[in-house]
Every structure is written in structure tokens, then in C-alpha cells.
Design a protein around this ligand. Sequence first.
Ligand code: 5GP
Length: 211
Amino acid sequence: MANQDALQRRGLMFILSSPSGAGKTTISHMLLMADEEVKLSVSATTRPRRPGEVDGVDYHFVSDEKFDRMIAEDEFYEWATVFGYRYGTPKGYIRKGLKEGQDFLFDIDWQGTQQLYQKDQQDVVSVFILPPSLAELRRRLESRGQDSGEVIDTRMERARGEISHWAEYDYVVVNDDVDQCFVKVREILHAERMRRTRQTGLIPFVRTLME
Ligand code: 5GP
């Protein structure tokens, strides 16, 4: 049993989205370190591996042909083209995990979030992380020292596009301070676990309580 709650419950699909540089990756890592009940959903992608990324851990890096095959064989919960490459969530182990009470963390964009909502609304909880300002977002992208000014301009343009989807999310958190933002995200997860409809063990529990 994946969760240690007293009562049996269904797992949830916890989605974190944000424009690049708003802190989503840091918050995701903090959550995975702090909470044993949540596992990262590892997506498949046609994007080339970046230095430091590990196949099967960060992503399943696949060819275009393999991605086509996975679509044809209906292996994806959702998939989307993001900035020229395809990304998709393999569904098999997620469906099984949810039933067993396993929570999954998704680092996916707004297109994937919409698709998961359409397929499985009751299991999805989505959080959008906003930067405190666009100036601060630019400052964070520049301080990484990874990209040229031109690439940063492109990222800023994309950030505006992504931010425009904020209202499609259940929760919105401004990442002014990463530790405070993390606490808020974790509180959302904790509260959502307690939602009555997820607690599949409640009916037998209350029945016994009343006997
Ligand atoms: P990156 O290439 O920087 O790792 O990710 C680029 C974008 O693709 C990010 O916004 C990330 O959230 C999104 N992404 C990663 N995996 C998936 C996925 O499986 N489905 C969808 N829809 N988006 C994804």
C-alpha cells in the first residue's frame, strides 16, 4: 500500500505547471524529497537528452518512430507538442498506481493538463506557479547563465503564452520565496488527499463505526 493514511484512498494526479524559470523544477524536487507517497510521472519525449539528464529518470528519451508507435498503440494518457518536441504521459503504471493509493507528480504543460482533466477529472489536482513579476522571471533566467540574450527573449515570450493559461488551474501560487511556495504547494497536496471522494475506505470505516 503506497500511502500510510489510516484509511484506504485513491491516489491523485498532482500537476505542477509554470513558465520556465518560475521555480517548478525546484518545487517538484523538494516535494519528491519530502513526501514518500508521491512519485514522479516520467514522461516520454522526442527531445534530445540534455547534459546531466538520465534516461528513465528524467524522461524516457525516444525516437520519433517510437513515439508514433506509442500513439498508435494508445499508450499515452495525454501527449502534446511543446516547443517543437513531443512529450507524453505513459498511462499503464499510472492507472494501476492510482488504484493502489499512489500519488503522482506531473511536470507537464497546460495542454497536458487539459487532456488529463478531460480524461480523469476526479483524480486531477492542478497547481500553477507564477513568478512574482516578469522582471524577476527574466532575472532568474539570466542568473542561470545557461542561455544567450536571444534565447532568454524567446523564453520570456513563451512565458507570457503559458501564463495566459493560469485560470484553467485549481490553484495558483506565486513563487516569491521558494520555501514559502513549497509549503503552500505541500499544504494543497495534504488537503486534497483528505477529500472525501478520494477516501475509498470511508464507507466501510463508518459502517464499522456505527455498528
Ligand atoms: P523540458 O523540455 O524543458 O523538460 O520541458 C518542456 C515543457 O514540456 C515543460 O513545460 C514541461 O512541463 C512539458 N512537459 C514535459 N513532459 C510532458 C508531458 O508528458 N506532457 C505534456 N503535455 N507536457 C510535458
